[in-house]
Design a protein around this ligand. Sequence first.
Ligand code: ZN
Length: 273
Amino acid sequence: MRTISFHRTALIILFLFVTLTIAGCALRPAPQNYVTVVFRFDDYSSTSATALERRIIDLFSRYQAPITFGVIPFACADDIHDPAPQETIPLDPSKIDLLKSAYDDGILDVGLHGYSHQTISKDYYSEFEGLDYDRQLAKLNKGKAYLEEILDAPVSTVVPPWNRYDLNTLKALETAGFTTISAELKGISTEKSNLDFLPATCSIAQVRDCVDTARADLDRQPVVVMLFHEYDFKEIDERRGRTTFQEFSALVAWIDNQPDVRLRSIRQVSELP
Ligand SMILES: [Zn+2]
């Protein structure tokens, strides 16, 4: 299906080129520098809003554009803000199928978004920051193995819950075989780390302004990482929501229509030379 549409696109482009060349017109060269935009959608889990996630995947499929989901492998059954022992719920078969098929279609990039996304403290919300090295490593190893078994593919990105992590996390990530961390701009880093750091840089409400700002710096190949959640949609949370799905669709269409902007996943950006 995708191959057919690609060939059709290629033929149309070839036809246009020949037509314009015959007519003596010069094609405008494609821009060499881009603003790269990453959409990072956190909190995919056994308890998240499947219908919305399906719509998001369908939307990105329409544009054949990649999106990165931060996936919680074993969501805690009760309140993520309560550190008391809780049951965990692995992804159910329908959520596994949705993830796997979008991954196989080349639309979805998957990052490990914690183990259960349950805080270890009531004073500050964090699943990793403040936890000892061995327990962080055990969580990372288990979560990574679970997602890799589901996808039958390597998972090399971690998105720490609440964007919180510490030096033990960075060490454990490398031991567990991760290559990339996506948290937020104020996250710590160290020269000893070989990880790629790709923090979130803006919210759903800021992304157009971010792209415009980044355009002033095209020579440096800027990357905009937009972080969003299901509660950003008014259809899910009337009070916290910042956008309707229709407005979100228009945003993706706008980005797709910008000749100097390209959509990439976290993995694609971290694999750039
Ligand atoms: Zn989260």
